[in-house]
Design a protein around this ligand. Sequence first.
Ligand code: HEM
Ligand code: HEM
Length: 134
Amino acid sequence: MPSTDNTPQAAYTGVAKIIHLVTALLVIANIVWGLRMEHFPGYKHGQPEWNDLLFYHASLGALIFWLTAVRFVWRAKHQPPKEPATMPAWQKLAAKLVHGTLYLVLIALPLSGYIPAWQATIRSASGAFSIGRS
Ligand code: HEM
Ligand code: HEM
């Protein structure tokens, strides 16, 4: 059973591992989806087919953002495991920098998607759901 105090855990908690795995799968799926949108046969900005693809892309992106927010809350209470004592200081620093950069990207990338969403509403094909200005 993982301890709930804020001391480093012996290993990443199950919750952290699940969020990490789901986030990684969603990010990879959204990169493939985003690149695919550009080559969709009926691709044209503002058309219903384009909007539908974009809507699901944006929804996955929003999910990544909120999963990262949950991850931050969990991380504040459950410190990740310490690096091995034998690890050189420069490698510890490098790991910190890479993890920090990954967190920044996980927040900044979905948020940057809302810049085009400010110009026009992203609406699902049925029109039932929308992201951006309504
Ligand atoms: C989009 C893909 C991915 C993202 C955004 C990502 C992000 C992250 C982040 C932010 C951490 C730091 C966790 C923390 O200490 O709070 C981490 C740790 C880690 N990730 Fe990923 N990850 C991705 C894919 C992968 C994949 C595919 C693997 C392995 C196959 C992997 C293996 C690991 C491992 C082993 C750690 C722990 C490193 C350590 O103990 O220092 N990650 N990842
Ligand atoms: C981690 C989350 C996300 C990833 C990895 C991602 C990735 C991508 C990729 C790879 C493209 C194709 C870029 C190109 O080929 O030029 C793209 C396009 C796009 N994404 Fe995302 N995206 C994410 C989140 C979002 C969100 C949350 C939104 C909207 C709220 C969004 C809106 C857009 C739009 C509007 C385009 C098309 C830009 C254009 O062609 O005019 N993205 N995204």
